[in-house]
Design a protein around this ligand. Structure first.
Ligand code: UD1
Length: 418
């Protein structure tokens, strides 16, 4: 098992580019299954464990996938399968997105229940209800979902909650069915817009992405296209927090500041000076940050749950007391016990963490238990005194490309050890 060894206390300086977004590339790769005419060329694909598993799923279905640098070419023209084995579904929760893509292409699918990071109950009832609304008949048998989609049709739906994954599944499942599907209360995340843009580039007719109402007009076929994945907004927030916790001054390029406005405004509230252009962010942090007002996670355009753990780490050493309310995923306070080992003063009651800032954390051995919680421990380690060892780097590798290389480039002292 790999671990990251971090010598804290070095202010970060310099500039790095942000890689393509994990949460955009995964559904877009699943969407390539819909392309029966021509090949899909996807640029800016980060080299991440979750992307590697998604490629394995594509290959298992019968697609040909080739990587050249950060560009993936997917040829899904041949005869494709409709079954994803449990081994691959278990590795990755977002594999559930293949459900919509496979039913649209094959009119049937057999997949096991999905896995992924342990963030408390992660049901897929909204996905199932939506697919049933589109005419699918779904049965669960021995841990597998058997989906019959021969009667897939356009419809009108309202989601009970704006689930990102369910919204993506609806777009994928309905873009080849006859008529216009209208869905209310959908997720508005930038990754939804990226998926809609990709599908539209292939010939789909999806309107309203980025708003709470989607209209999907079915087309007969989708065609090969080239598409560049949007920058990873959560990786961007992670590096900004690394800069902020060390009192540093860093610039991110190849980033879209408009995607992370809520996080940027919290960083400003903490005392950071932030300057943005259309595709860059410069952050200059004060010697000591101050605690912001209550942070509440909500669906986009609110404060992202994926950035919650990152700010939890940041707030450990701010001046004053901060509060974070997690409203999306119940088990997203996993780094709390590890941060406490480093000297943090945090209490959690129900969905709210109260963090009383201390002057500094002290390095020690800590364990990542999920992706963003792992990144939070790296942030804490960079700001701490002494050496922090972050175990279970495999979680962090799910979402960050060249993390230690990028941080080293910014002046951090960090090493991966096997
Ligand atoms: C996606 C992101 C994840 C992010 C999350 C919220 C990917 C690969 N992952 O996950 O990083 O944290 O959006 O921004 O894009 N829910 C149900 N029933 C369902 C589906 C969801 O109750 O059928 C609940 C979940 O338990 C959770 C909430 O809805 O409490 C949000 O989940 P959802 O938006 O679906 O997140 P994901 O698509 O899984």
């Amino acid at each position: 098992m790999s671990r990251l060894v971090i010598e804290g206390g070095h202010p970060l300086h310099g500039s790095i580019p942000i890689h393509g977004a994990k949460n955009a590339v995964l559904p877009i790769l699943a969407a390539t299954v819909l392309c029966s005419n021509g090949v899909s060329i996807i640029e800016n694909c980060p080299e991440l464990k979750d992307v590697a598993i998604t490629i394995e799923i594509l290959k298992e279905l019968g697609a040909k996938v080739a990587r050249s640098g950060s560009t993936l070419t997917i040829d899904a023209r041949g005869r494709l399968g409709s079954r994803i084995p449990e081994r691959l579904m278990r590795e990755l929760r977002s594999s559930v997105i293949f459900m919509g893509a496979i039913v649209a292409r094959k009119h049937k699918a057999k997949i096991s229940m999905p896995g992924g990071c342990e963030l408390g109950p992660r049901p897929i009832d909204l996905h199932i209800k939506a697919l049933e609304g589109l005419g699918c008949s779904i049965k669960e048998q021995k841990g597998y979902l058997h989906i019959d989609a021969h009667k897939l049709h356009a419809t009108q739906l309202t989601l009970d909650f704006p689930s990102v994954g369910a919204t993506e599944n609806i777009m994928l499942a309905s873009c080849l069915s006859e008529g216009v599907t209208v869905v209310e209360n959908v997720a508005q995340e930038p990754e939804i817009v990226d998926l809609a843009n990709f599908l539209n580039a292939m010939g789909a007719k999806i309107r309203g992405a980025g708003s709470p109402r989607l209209e999907i007009e079915g087309v007969r076929r989708l065609f090969g296209t080239s598409y560049r994945i949007m920058p990873d907004r959560i990786a961007a927030v992670t590096y900004l927090c690394c800069g902020a916790v060390t009192g540093g001054s860093i610039t991110l390029t190849e980033v879209i500041p408009a995607h992370i406005e809520t996080a940027l405004s919290v960083l400003s509230e903490c005392g950071c000076q932030i300057e943005t252009t259309e595709n860059s962010i410069r952050l200059q942090a004060p010697a000591r940050l101050r605690a912001p007002a209550l942070i509440k996670t909500t669906p986009y355009p609110g404060f992202p749950t994926d950035a919650q753990s990152l700010f939890l780490a940041l707030l450990c050493t701010t001046e004053g007391t901060g509060k974070i309310q997690e409203q999306i995923f119940k088990s997203r306070f996993k780094p709390v016990s590890e941060l406490i080992k480093m000297g943090a003063v945090i209490t959690v009651e129900n969905d709210t963490a109260v963090i009383t800032g201390v002057p500094a954390l002290s390095g020690t051995k800590v364990f990542a238990r999920d992706l963003r919680g792992g990144a939070a421990l790296v942030i804490a380690g960079l700001g701490a005194t002494g050496i922090t060892e972050v175990e279970n780097v495999c979680y962090i590798d799910r979402g960050y490309e060249k993390l230690e290389e990028n941080l080293t480039r910014l002046g951090a002292v960090i090493q991966r050890k096997e």
